[in-house]
Structure formats: structure tokens, C-alpha cells
Design a protein around this ligand. Structure first.
Ligand code: FAD
Length: 462
């Protein structure tokens, strides 16, 4: 494994688990990811909170969502936000993901949007995703964010023959109903043009899909937010929260931040104690990621990846993978259920085996990086960017379900609009709250264990 830049006074805790943890931060090193290992030093923040302060808008969490919220508050509403981060900037998912920008948010397909909400709402959601992708590209361009973007669409790889008809139907729906450029590739076409994934039976190609360098994107957002006047405080976890006379009192180790309006952008990383109204509205799901050493020319030939754009397979417990610009291969998939079990070799071996099934030439290859992170999955598989009617001045954007690299840019813009008292589109991701788990809460991990077995059976055996 490669060493990474050390930043904190506290070693990185690979077993952090948001369901059981009492605190997050301050002072932790980053997770040992390829992105942190290759991004160069993180740009300056504004240092931890060191005294009590009164601010207009506080944003909790400095991942893509929190930083995009700060950027759009400044750009579109003239508000200079104060961002509070428990550890280093973008300590959570935003420096641990697969770097795949896709034209989606949450875990549902277009056909599932139609089943749930009908065609008009599905069209509204689709338009929101199209607008979001344009906004995302615009942010990279306008703020000169050098995050090594690799354009070329997204490949949705059929991991078994049985899924090809469903994939074909989804591509047709995208074309005919949404007017979106999606098409099917046979196994031969896929092998010739994109990848020699030995499991693949064909694929659906979507026109939008971008591979990015995850940490460079986060650090680019940080620079942009600060240039626009936002203040970003690392190592300032919110450890207590009281609402007094319409003012939110956010307690950090260095002082209390008093804010009239608060935007929560903590994804899966917040502890359960952050705020009672937000507790248990997300299911934190762990995802593993590995990066190999650079592939040799013969390995590259065997793997046959002729694109740098993102690839995902059709398993429910899906694999997401890419060839990185330096010829390393990155691949990720499901991981442990609890933080305590995160480093169990069985999970790393499972991911290695998944890679070897796709690319037998890479069986046993040395790895340069291995890490994991928590994904914020909502109980109905769709995100929410909304306010709480009974708590004045509190808004949140949570629940992208492992599909937030692209959409978090727009989510931050929408969250900024809500904070500024402006209207947002009339869509269920904005006008309803994240559902709660209710009586199932104590059994959620047992349920997850059962579902993993069911999904594995469906993915591999049927
Ligand atoms: C392994 C992995 C792979 C992924 N791959 C992809 C992918 O390829 N494509 C894709 O679209 N999405 C992917 N995702 C999801 C994507 O990374 C996220 O949707 C996105 O980064 C969310 O950004 P965020 O800002 O909402 O959350 P985060 O980046 O997680 O930021 C939340 C921040 O809040 C901070 N925080 C928490 N509690 C507090 C507190 N009390 N006080 C102060 N700060 C606090 C945390 O430290 C953290 O930095 C992946 C996620 C993981 C874990």
C-alpha cells in the first residue's frame, strides 16, 4: 500500500460506525484512499472554530453537498456561509467514492420512478437530473476545477444474460419516453469498444457519464467556496444542538456557533445524536473499494478497457469499476455490515474475487490502495432535499444512495435555494421528508444481512 499524507493528530479509525459511534472527529487522518494519496495536499481551510460566534447560515458537513451549498448560497443569494466539518475537509464519502458521475440520484431506475409516481413526476425528475449534469459540468468549467474528468458516457454492464431484456426495455424507455440517448450493445460490441469484462453479456450505454478524481473535485469545491467568501472550519464537529428563541446553537469543541439557518449535509457520517428529527432516517451501508498497481501492457490488453468512463454492473450488490488515467484499475462493491467487521479479510477477498471473475488476468494482482466508506441510503431509495416544517431554519440534503458524485452539485444548489427562502421544483425529493424506519429500527442490520443473502442468490444463482 502507498503511504498517504498525514494531516491529523488522530489516526484514521477504519472501524467508525455511524450507528454505534458516539462522536466523529476532530483531528482524524483521512481514509487511506487512492484519491487522498494522489490529490496533493489539501488546500487551506479556515482552521477549527476557536470561539463562540454568530453566523447567518451554518452548513454542517464539508463534502460535495455542503461545499456546493456554500458555493450556491454565495453565488445566487449573496450569503457567505460558515461550513463546519468534523475532520479534514470532505473527510466522508467525497474522498472515498468511485469517482463515477452518473445521470441519477438514489437507487431507482426511470421505470421505477414511473411505477411510484407516474409519468409526469418521472419526467420532472429526469429533467432535474439533466439540468444537474449541466450544472455539474458548468461548475468544473467556471471554477477551473482540475479533477481529471474523463467523459464518454456510462456503461451499465449486464452481468448475466437474464438481465438483457430488462436493460433493453430501460434503454427503450429512456429513448422513447424521455428523449434521452441510451443504447444497447451486444457482448461483441462491448468487447470491441469498451471492455472485455468476461462476465458481461452486453450492456446499456448512457450518453452522460464522467470519471473524476474524487478528492480533486472536493478540494476544487473547497477553493471555489472560499473564493466566494464562505468560511470552512475543519476539525469542528457539531457535538450538541439546541434551538433557543429561533436560533440554532451548534456546540463544537472550540465554541458555540449560533445560526438562524442550518443546512445539514452530513450524508451517512453523522452520529445518531446529531439531531432527534434526523435520527434513523438513513441506512448507512458500507462499500469497499480497491485500486490495483498500474497494469502492464499485457494485462491492459487482456482487460481490454478502451474507455476511461465509468462502468457499473447490473447486480443489486453491484460492482462499479474504472480504468484510472495512470492505468490502475479501481473496483468497488458491497462490504461489511458493521464497522467492527470492516477489516475482515473476507470482504476484501470477496471484492478481489469479483474482479477476477471479470478479469481473470488480474487474479492475485498487487493492490496499491484499499478502503471503505459509508453510503447514505434512504429507506425508499431516493434522496431528499427539504426542510422540517416543525423546526424553523433547519434544512437537509441526504440519501443519495451511492449515487451522489454528480447530483450533490445540484442538491447543494437546491439546498441553498431552500435556505434562502426561494422555491424549488414541485417534486417528491423536495416536498416530502426522508421516511423513518419506525419499529424496524432495532432490526435493521439483521434485515440487511437477510437482504444481502437474498440479493446474492438473485444476482448469482438465478
Ligand atoms: C465507497 C464509496 C463509493 C462511492 N462511489 C460513488 C460513485 O462512484 N458515484 C457516485 O455518484 N457516488 C458514489 N458514492 C456516493 C458519493 O460519494 C456521495 O453521494 C457523495 O460524496 C456525498 O457527498 P456528501 O457531501 O453528501 O457527503 P460526505 O462527503 O460524506 O460529507 C459529509 C461530511 O459530514 C461530516 N460530518 C458528519 N457529521 C458531522 C458533524 N456532527 N459535524 C460536522 N461535520 C460532520 C463528515 O465528516 C463528512 O465529511 C460512493 C460512496 C462510497 C462510500
Amino acid at each position: 500500500m502507498q503511504p498517504i499524507d498525514k494531516r491529523g493528530s488522530v489516526p484514521f479509525d477504519p472501524h467508525y460506525d455511524p450507528i454505534t459511534a458516539r462522536a466523529l472527529g476532530p483531528g482524524s487522518d483521512y481514509a487511506p484512499t487512492y484519491w487522498i494519496g494522489t490529490a496533493g495536499p489539501a488546500p487551506e481551510g479556515d482552521g477549527p472554530v476557536r470561539r463562540d460566534m454568530d453566523v447567518d447560515v451554518a452548513v454542517i458537513g464539508s463534502g460535495y453537498t455542503g461545499l456546493s451549498t456554500a458555493i450556491h448560497l454565495a453565488k445566487e443569494h449573496g450569503v457567505k456561509a460558515t461550513v463546519l466539518e468534523a475532520n479534514g475537509v470532505a473527510y466522508g464519502c467525497s474522498t472515498r467514492n468511485g469517482g463515477q458521475a452518473q445521470i441519477s440520484a438514489g437507487r431507482l431506475k426511470r421505470s421505477q420512478w414511473i411505477d411510484r409516481w407516474g409519468l409526469d413526476v418521472a419526467r420532472g425528475l429526469h429533467n432535474e437530473m439533466v439540468e444537474a449534469f449541466a450544472l455539474f459540468r458548468g461548475l468544473l468549467r467556471d471554477h477551473d476545477i482540475q479533477c481529471d474528468p474523463q467523459d464518454g458516457g456510462h456503461y451499465y454492464i449486464a452481468h448475466k444474460a437474464g438481465v438483457m431484456p430488462t436493460l433493453g426495455a430501460e434503454a427503450k424507455l429512456l429513448r422513447d419516453t424521455f428523449g434521452y440517448d441510451a443504447r444497447m450493445l451486444s457482448r461483441d460490441e462491448l468487447f470491441q469498444t469498451a471492455v472485455r469484462d468476461q462476465e458481461a453479456q452486453g450492456a446499456m450505454w448512457e450518453a452522460d457519464g464522467l470519471g473524476i478524481h474524487a478528492a480533486k473535485l472536493a478540494f476544487g469545491y473547497l477553493r471555489a467556496a472560499r473564493e466566494l467568501g464562505a468560511t470552512v472550519h475543519p476539525d469542528s464537529p457539531v457535538q450538541g444542538w439546541e434551538l433557543k428563541n429561533g436560533v440554532h446553537h451548534l456546540r463544537t469543541p472550540g465554541g458555540i456557533v449560533r445560526a438562524r439557518r442550518v443546512a445539514v449535509a452530513t450524508a451517512a457520517y453523522a452520529t445518531r445524536s446529531l439531531h432527534g428529527r434526523l435520527r434513523d432516517r438513513l441506512m448507512p451501508i458500507m462499500s469497499n473499494s480497491i485500486v490495483t498497481r498500474a497494469l502492464t501492457p499485457s494485462e491492459l490488453e487482456a482487460v481490454g478497457i478502451r474507455t476511461l468512463s465509468p462502468l457499473t454492473d447490473t447486480r443489486t450488490l453491484r460492482h462499479y469499476y474504472r480504468l484510472l488515467p495512470d492505468n490502475r484499475l479501481q473496483i468497488g462493491s458491497r462490504a461489511a455490515i458493521t464497522g467492527r467487521d470492516a477489516a475482515n479479510p473476507v470482504h476484501l477477498n470477496g471484492l478481489r474475487e469479483g474482479m477476477a471473475r471479470k478479469f481473470p488476468a488480474l487474479r492475485g494482482i498487487d493492490l496499491d490502495y484499499s478502503w471503505w466508506g459509508w453510503v447514505d441510503v434512504s429507506h425508499d431509495m431516493m434522496p431528499r432535499i427539504t426542510g422540517l416544517p416543525d423546526v424553523p431554519g433547519l434544512f437537509y440534503s441526504l440519501g443519495y444512495g451511492g449515487n451522489g458524485v454528480m447530483y450533490s452539485a445540484m442538491a447543494g444548489r437546491r439546498l441553498a435555494q431552500l435556505v434562502a427562502g426561494k422555491s424549488v421544483p414541485d417534486l417528491p425529493i423536495f416536498n416530502t421528508e426522508l421516511p423513518h424506519e419506525g419499529w424496524r429500527t432495532p432490526f435493521r442490520r439483521l434485515g440487511q444481512w437477510g437482504l444481502y443473502h437474498l440479493y446474492h442468490y438473485r444476482d448469482e444463482r438465478t
